[in-house]
Design a protein around this ligand. Structure first.
Ligand code: ATR
Length: 276
């Protein structure tokens, strides 16, 4: 039987609701695979109480904290230090204790997306054109990371133009707002909308706009293969789901907390067993 001792390190995720979070399963499997005496639990924290949860982290010796809805903005504000991504996005999904009760905020979503793209497609966005459908929290993180990583263009296509502009600006000078037809001219096409999780027939874009030679990613992983992904693959275009982004955003957090490389294969197995 697993022994929890006085030396066991504890990490937690805060959010509301939190009972269905995959993070405990993912991180506990990772700690076990890495042979670390760590445990990861879910803390239900109501809206408006993120600052109190960060204060709990300051005094309790909590060794790592993940942050999910509705606390990402408040956690970024409550931290003592912020990564460049957090400064740009105003949102954090990971808090790291840095000593003396101080906390650094990180956002691993964008870096997790880029690492997943590399893992799945051996693709690096540096010098490449990225087409991004959607401009929510995940989309903004991807736009910021792609711009910072040296993409030659980040073309944001979104239902609501004002949000598209915000995401495009996060990519820096290479960011522009585009139309669906512009997706034909990019190297990597990413769906960051929730279209595909629902029951309706909507698609993030017409698959006929896309062509072989492009790499397509739908960051959705439930369902494992969205109708859009199936259509894109059916047209012979390389396409991947959101499992790698999910795994890598967690893997980067794991390394921030533990200082060691994450057992990515073990983490990937948790997700594949659950959803594929
Ligand atoms: P997340 O934080 O997971 O990225 P979000 O902030 O709710 O989620 O963002 C959802 C994204 O999906 C947004 O870009 C949203 O478009 P709007 O900015 O116009 O709201 C997009 N989205 C959701 N449902 C959509 C639909 N039916 N058609 C087109 N876009 C949709």
């Amino acid at each position: 039987m697993r022994v929890i001792s006085g030396r066991t390190r504890v990490a937690a995720v805060i959010g509301d609701p939190i009972e269905h979070s995959l993070s405990p399963e993912l991180h506990n499997a990772a700690f076990a695979a890495a042979g670390l005496d760590w445990v990861y639990v879910a803390w239900p924290v109501a809206a408006g109480r993120a600052e109190a949860a960060v204060d709990a982290m300051r005094v309790s010796g909590l060794a790592g904290m993940s942050v999910t809805t509705p606390h990402k903005d408040a956690a970024a504000a409550a931290a003592d230090e912020r990564s460049a991504a957090v400064e740009a996005l105003g949102a954090a999904n990971c808090l790291v204790p840095i000593g003396d009760g101080r906390v650094r905020a990180e956002n691993t979503d964008g870096a997790g997306f880029l690492a997943g793209l590399h893992d799945d497609a051996a693709c690096d966005v540096t010098g490449r054109r990225l087409g991004l459908i959607g401009a929510g929290g995940a989309g903004r993180a991807i736009a910021q990371a792609a711009g910072a990583a040296g993409a030659s263009a980040v073309v944001v296509v979104n239902r609501t133009a004002a949000r598209a502009r915000i995401a495009a600006e996060l990519a820096g000078p290479v960011g522009v707002v585009g139309e669906p037809a512009d997706l034909a001219g990019v190297d990597v096409v990413v769906n960051s909308t929730s279209v595909g999780m629902g029951d309706d027939d909507a698609l993030p874009c017409d698959p006929a706009l896309l062509h072989g030679g492009q790499v397509v990613v739908d960051i959705v992983y439930t369902p494992w293969e969205t109708p859009w992904l199936a259509a894109v693959r059916g047209a012979g275009i390389e396409a991947h789901n959101g499992a790698s982004m999910l795994v890598h955003q967690a893997a980067i957090a794991f390394t921030h907390w533990t200082g060691v490389p994450a057992p990515v294969d073990a983490m990937r197995a948790v997700i594949a067993n659950r959803f594929s």
